[in-house]
Design a protein around this ligand. Sequence first.
Ligand code: GDP
Ligand code: MG
Length: 311
Amino acid sequence: MSEHDRDRIAVVIPCLDEASTVRKVVTDFAKALPEATVYVFDNGSTDGTGDIAREAGATVVRSPRPGKGNVLQHAFRAIDADLYLLADGDDTYPADAARSMIERFREDQLDMLVGTRLERFESESFRVFHQLGNRVISGLIRVLFRAPLRDVLSGYRVLSRRLVQLVRLRRGGFEVETEMTLQALTKGLAVGEMPVAYGSRGSDNPSKLSTWGDGWLILKCIALLFKDYRPLVFFGSLSVLLALAALASGSAPIRDFIEHRYVLHVPRAILAAGLGVLSMIALTAGLILDTVVRLHEETVDFWKHRLDRDP
Ligand SMILES: Nc1nc2c(ncn2[C@@H]2O[C@H](COP(=O)(O)OP(=O)(O)O)[C@@H](O)[C@H]2O)c(=O)[nH]1
Ligand SMILES: [Mg+2]
């Protein structure tokens, strides 16, 4: 009898028009994890996805607001479980890896385990630019947030109860994986990765992800979360850039003054002064917000401690 035997496991599958694959996905996960409850969050499917999923034995929840992010926000609010396994409804993630992911997750005492898709995938698994996009986004996060993650956009993850309670998702679309990862990292939660096989979508049912539209939203999400959680670096860098611009613009007026004891390049002097003031404002904003983030981290630590003590 292990301490985890009574864990409530929720398999959460967001679905939009996945009639051709949802039956297989639901039955595969029910077979792989008989003790789990399989939830299909469906919003706006017009191809009967919800009915097929219900027939296959899933608990189908109608979700009001479109977008994968909105659906996962709904799932985090609606489901009370000890462990959450997120997967997609397009049968690209192997249900038979679920058990070993959960074991690794428990062994390493993680809050999030991401199934990485970079080792074993089919020729059609990734669309053009998606592998490059994934590398750019994961690389950016590695540099900005100092996190050694390689596949931030994977939809296959195991999450802890305390992560689901602590992480406040805001984004409604495909930025959700990025936001979830960055929130977990900035809250000091334990994040790990494990290779899984990654299949390809059937040609009859295209992906809902738009390469450029969602790519742009994901980059914007990273920039905004960097501003929110690393304000001293964000505004500090801005302050340095502004100071350099002020110096560049001020060099002529300064030379004037040294040589003639009089400023000839007045417009440049005014611009330099303005840029200098902006640089100071940016630095001040960075310092003040850095304090706010530190106090926020203390609050998060308080809740982490509380949740550990009485989950
Ligand atoms: N309920 C719901 N599910 C969605 C929505 N958009 C995408 N999904 C589901 O999210 C999963 C991932 O979407 P997919 O198109 O496969 O994106 P990709 O794997 O990143 O190319 C699939 O199961 C989709 O059905 C949505 O607006 N509502
Ligand atoms: Mg997919």
